[in-house]
Design a protein around this ligand. Structure first.
Ligand SMILES: [Zn+2]
Length: 344
């Protein structure tokens, strides 16, 4: 067995992936046909090309077009089911998935309750039929008003016993500091809901400080630009605050010119808590499996390090402790079996 097969077959956990950003060309075509919406292309290949990320405004345009195709709770359920099938096919046994309910509420008046119920139908179906679990991170887009952000925080808290595991912060990082939404994060935190903010991808190390200070972030979405500030690196190391690193996303957003020049080796050398993720996989032409494959090939990673990174993700997931311990035990057994096949 090759190292590539080891990676393909190993059990995985994903902590940073966007539901609407993970919608496959096949699904978007199906939804567009359902609602008679014209897309820039009408074949899988054509959609794949259209998806191909060029810059942030193009990304937003695609994102909004996809949102337009999601009209009803059934559409959301279909999207979530297809997403979870794709995760299961990669042996991703648990996913913590960012979802932006406010967009769908504003665009077409879909109530949060209807959206949540659709996601939960898909979640329960996947758990029963595919053996994979999902936690939902409802996120605030940085550019909405603080009042709108608070609406998402209230929704998230109201659903914390019903599939929502955290309040997130996404969207354009530059010009919209985390403190705009400090009240929303305070509200979530004081009601027992963890907060997980994107920070330090397209904006500087200061953005990560803001996410820690004003968002009480439990993990950091990206965080790769922490390396610009040695004091921050020391803080992240001391507190072992997890970084949700999404290498291809960083490269497509021009944070690093190529995988070979990505900061992953430095983050590991600095003793930081690293996890590997895919972010918006079809738009960046990637999958979680591909992220591991490419990093392993580029940096010469061995099976030990790859296994460690998988466990890193599992251990800082927001699964309940008993479920986490159970999964950890299963993963240990499966990795031992894989290792046996790989080494022989
Ligand atoms: Zn993201």
């Amino acid at each position: 067995m090759s190292l590539a097969d080891f990676i393909r077959e190993m059990p995985k956990v994903e902590l940073h992936v966007h539901m609407e950003g993970a919608i496959q060309p096949e699904t978007v075509l199906q939804l567009a046909a359902r609602h008679n919406i014209a897309l820039p292309a009408n074949t899988v290949e054509g959609i794949r090309n259209w998806y191909n990320f060029t810059d942030f405004p193009h990304f937003v345009q695609i994102y909004l077009k996809i949102s337009e195709c999601l009209r009803t709770p059934d559409d959301i359920e279909l999207m979530a089911r297809e997403f979870l099938k794709g995760q299961a096919a990669q042996n991703i046994r648990h996913s913590e998935v960012t979802y932006t309910p406010h967009t769908h509420y504003m665009q077409k008046g879909l109530s949060f309750a209807d959206q949540l119920a659709a996601l939960n139908r898909a979640r329960r179906w996947a758990e029963a039929e595919l053996g994979v679990t999902m936690g939902i991170i409802t996120d605030i887009s940085r550019n909405v008003t603080p009042e709108q952000g608070m609406v998402t925080a209230e929704w998230a808290v109201s659903a914390k016993e019903d599939g929502v595991i955290a309040l997130g912060l996404g969207g354009p990082e530059v010009g919209y500091p985390a403190q705009r939404h400090a009240a929303a994060f305070d509200y979530a935190w004081s009601n027992g809901l963890p907060c997980i903010l994107h920070a330090g991808e397209t904006d500087s190390a200061q953005s990560i400080w803001n996410a820690i200070r004003y968002g009480k972030t439990w993990r950091i979405g990206h965080g790769v630009r922490c390396l610009e500030d040695p004091t921050l690196v020391a803080y992240l190391r001391e507190h072992q605050i997890p970084l949700e690193v999404s290498p291809t996303s960083n490269i497509r957003l021009k944070v690093f010119p190529s995988m070979a020049e990505h900061a992953l080796p430095r983050l590991l050398e600095e003793g930081l808590y690293v996890t590997i993720n895919s972010d918006d996989p079809p738009m960046f032409g990637t999958t979680l499996t591909d992220e591991y494959l490419q990093a392993a090939e580029t940096f010469g990673w061995d099976a030990d390090l790859i296994e460690k990174l998988v466990f890193n993700a599992l251990r800082v997931s927001l699964l309940p402790d008993t479920k986490k311990a159970q999964l950890e035990q299963q993963f240990k057994t499966e990795f031992a079996a894989l290792r046996e096949r790989y080494l022989n």
